[in-house]
Design a protein around this ligand. Structure first.
Ligand code: MG
Length: 444
């Protein structure tokens, strides 16, 4: 497996495609682009993290950066630290939801926003050409052991609803032994919840496949039932994504994290929202209730964050369980998402299953198709856009066609030589039929 380089950073197999040298070189390249500024450096709990953080610190220092070590931290904590501390950028050692043999790097700019495609390319080009600088004047490295607490304070300070109704409520949290172990249980307890913490040791030894998908969360669902809890939460290893289990122990689907967060915000502060083209129509249905605009962006956290900045959005995120609260940071944040969902429960007095039942039900189908080359993928998406010119078509990231009764989005993966095809409709058979029509037109 080659080193994966994309807008979400770099990821590789430890000791194979990802070595300390690769991490050092990438960090030096990014430090060069930051022109030797002040940089926050954090990592998730993977056992290789400390070693890679040392390599990254050396690369950043070589480029003349002043490095502030936050050590183990959630990705959104670094996003918040950059903004609050007026840093010039940040680097996080994480492979996000990839399994344990992986690690990688995420980069953030001086606003705490992930690189857009142009900036990601600049980092990659600087690395490929070894066009980094090496200074001979070094700046003393700093340490910040308080960033997690400040992040929690910011999330708690943004609470707008009386949370007394959840006092004493039992919640089950699965932090998969990742970075979410550190601050999340404390925040939940401070909000008055009784916390059953599963996989709560920050060892980086993942107790299950770490991507927060239904098939990996059967233990969490069982624990919610066993403990008679009101809700279950699962984080990915760097705690930017969050998924929810309802009080019956049912996994409600990753699309509902953003949907419930959008509902929580728009019911109090109507405004524009931003999400990517592959996210469920659930958010459109909610926005329609409050007559709010939905900005659809290309897939990728940076694109969503940029859309939010440009349109002064009150909330945004991605359907994979990533919620961005612009009052806290410009990265997806599981703490913000938990806070918003608990606020919605308190404001409405409803259980999770009731909140879900208040929203439309859609069936979403996700397919992957291997494709020989990027050119072939581009030709297929172009052909699709032409074939459905009479419908509502977006071509900002592959092709998305919005039909009256559903939508289909086909796009090239950022990380693999595959085409991703997603379709959604109220009825599963309709979603399948729409996908079939689009695939036929595209030649895929
Ligand atoms: Mg992640």
């Amino acid at each position: 497996m080659a080193l994966m380089i994309g807008v979400s950073g770099i990821r590789g197999l430890i000791g194979d495609t990802l070595t300390p040298q690769v991490v050092l070189d990438f960090a030096q390249a990014y430090g060069t682009i930051l022109d030797g500024g002040r940089v926050v450096l954090g990592r998730d709990t993977r056992p290789s993290g400390e070693m890679f953080a040392s390599a990254a610190a050396a690369g950043l220092a070589a480029a003349g950066c002043e490095v502030t070590h936050v050590d183990v931290a959630m990705t959104p904590t670094i996003g918040h630290a950059i903004r609050a501390g007026a840093y010039d950028g940040g680097v996080i050692i994480t492979a996000s939801h990839n399994p344990q043999p992986w690690n990688g790097l995420k980069f953030l700019d001086d606003r705490g926003v992930a690189p857009n495609p142009a900036r990601a390319k600049r980092i990659e080009d600087t690395w490929r050409k070894k066009a980094w600088r090496c200074t001979d004047s070094f700046r003393e490295q700093q340490r910040d052991s308080d960033a997690g607490r400040r992040h929690v304070e910011a999330v708690r300070g943004a609470i707008e609803v009386d949370l007394s109704p959840i006092r004493g409520t039992r919640v089950v949290l699965d932090s998969v032994n990742g970075a979410g172990c550190l601050e999340m249980p404390g925040m939940l307890r401070a909000l008055g919840c009784e916390v059953v913490h599963m996989n709560g040791e920050p060892t980086g030894e993942f107790a299950h496949t770490p991507e927060p998908l239904a098939e990996n969360l059967t233990d969490l669902c069982a624990a919610v039932r066993r403990h008679d809890a009101a809700i279950g939460f699962a984080q990915d290893p760097d705690a930017d994504r969050l998924v929810i289990v309802d009080e019956t122990g049912a996994f409600i689907g990753e699309e509902y994290t953003l949907a419930l967060s959008v509902q929580a915000v728009l019911s109090r502060r109507p405004g524009a929202i931003a999400t990517n083209l592959s996210t469920s129509r659930l958010v459109d249905a909610i926005a329609e209730r409050y007559q709010c605009e939905v900005i659809r962006t290309a897939v990728g956290e940076a694109n969503v964050a940029t859309g939010m900045l440009e349109h002064d959005c009150v909330i945004g995120g991605e359907g994979n369980g990533g919620v961005i609260d612009p009052r806290i940071s410009w990265v997806r944040d599981s703490l913000s998402a938990i806070s918003l969902v608990l606020q919605l429960m308190c404001a409405t007095g409803k259980r999770v299953s009731e909140l879900v039942a208040d929203l439309p039900r859609y069936a979403m189908i996700k397919q992957k198709v291997a494709c020989a080359s990027r050119e072939a993928i581009d030709a297929a998406t172009r052909k699709t856009a032409e074939a459905f010119a009479g419908e509502r078509v977006s071509t900002i990231d592959g092709t998305r066609i919005d039909f009256a009764d559903g939508w289909v989005h086909i796009r090239a993966s950022n990380t693999e030589p595959i085409v991703r095809i997603m379709g959604e409709a109220e009825d599963r058979a309709v979603a399948e039929e729409l996908i079939g029509r689009v695939r036929k037109a595209s030649g895929l």
